[in-house]
Write a protein that binds this ligand. Structure first.
Ligand SMILES: [Zn+2]
Length: 252
């Protein structure tokens, strides 16, 4: 019976109307109208990865760490993932540098992290968290993550409950990059269904080891949602310049 069934001509699978909307709603491979063979070659080899850190020692509580991080490796050009986050992190670093030169010092220790090998499974951040687990569990106050920081309009945030109020308060002090004379809080409360903080439980960026392995309060921030070119060659500077953030103000 098995062979008899095989001799039957294959029933054509009719293409179904399925308009493309987002990465989550795109047709699954099993629903696609044609069968395609995709040969792939991968090299199995050892490679060295490098995490990069900058530490600003705290004045009053040097043994309390506020940690900011973003990854540096990309699938393709990485204009959104991760370089929009890197641009934001570097701009924070630049401004902290200006403040330090003017004599300012932070109350607690600030650690800036540029992670390697995130796309391979959060390897850079996970290794570091595992290596420093005891130290981080007793001293880290919060881990603030950026990754696909700019993928369009509107602020989106995920956090653990301890940081909700702080996050909302801070947005009252930040100018909105898109609307003159408004704060981020003003536009956040009117766009995308209002202030809605996602309860952070995902594992798809470098907050994962801090959150799930070490139990440290975490925040993940981004402008825009559901970037259609995610992990493709369309994640380019050209896309960012044309669609993502033409004035690059959301990067600051
Ligand atoms: Zn990423």
């Amino acid at each position: 019976p098995l062979f008899a069934a095989r001799r039957q001509p294959a029933r054509p699978i009719l293409p179904r109307a399925m308009p493309y909307r987002s990465t989550e709603q795109a047709p699954r491979a099993s629903e696609s109208p044609k069968r395609t063979d995709l040969p792939a070659t991968a090299h199995r080899k050892m490679a060295t990865i490098k995490d990069i850190f900058a530490v600003i020692k705290g004045r009053e509580e040097p043994d309390r760490y506020v940690i900011l991080g973003n990854h540096r490796d990309a699938w393709t050009y990485g204009a959104v993932d991760p370089n929009s986050g890197t641009a934001a992190l570097l701009d924070v670093a630049r401004r902290l540098g200006i403040m330090l030169r003017s004599g300012w010092t932070p109350r607690r220790t600030i650690i800036l992290c540029s992670w390697d090998a995130e796309e391979f499974g959060m390897i850079g951040s996970t290794e570091w968290v595992e290596e420093n687990l005891g130290d981080l569990q007793s001293k880290a106050v919060a881990y603030l993550n950026v990754d696909c920081a700019v993928q369009g309009m509107g602020l989106f945030a995920g956090s653990t409950p301890q940081l909700d109020k702080l996050l909302i308060d801070v947005t009252r002090q930040v100018k909105d990059p898109d609307v003159e004379g408004k704060t981020v809080h003003d536009t956040w409360s009117t766009m995308n269904g209002g202030i809605n903080i996602e309860r952070l439980a995902r594992t798809d960026s470098d907050f994962a080891p801090f959150l799930h392995h070490a139990g440290i309060p975490c925040v993940d921030l981004y402008y825009g949602k559901e970037f259609p070119g995610y992990h493709t060659a369309l994640d380019s500077y050209i896309w960012m310049e044309k669609h993502g953030d033409p004035l690059f103000l959301r990067h600051l």
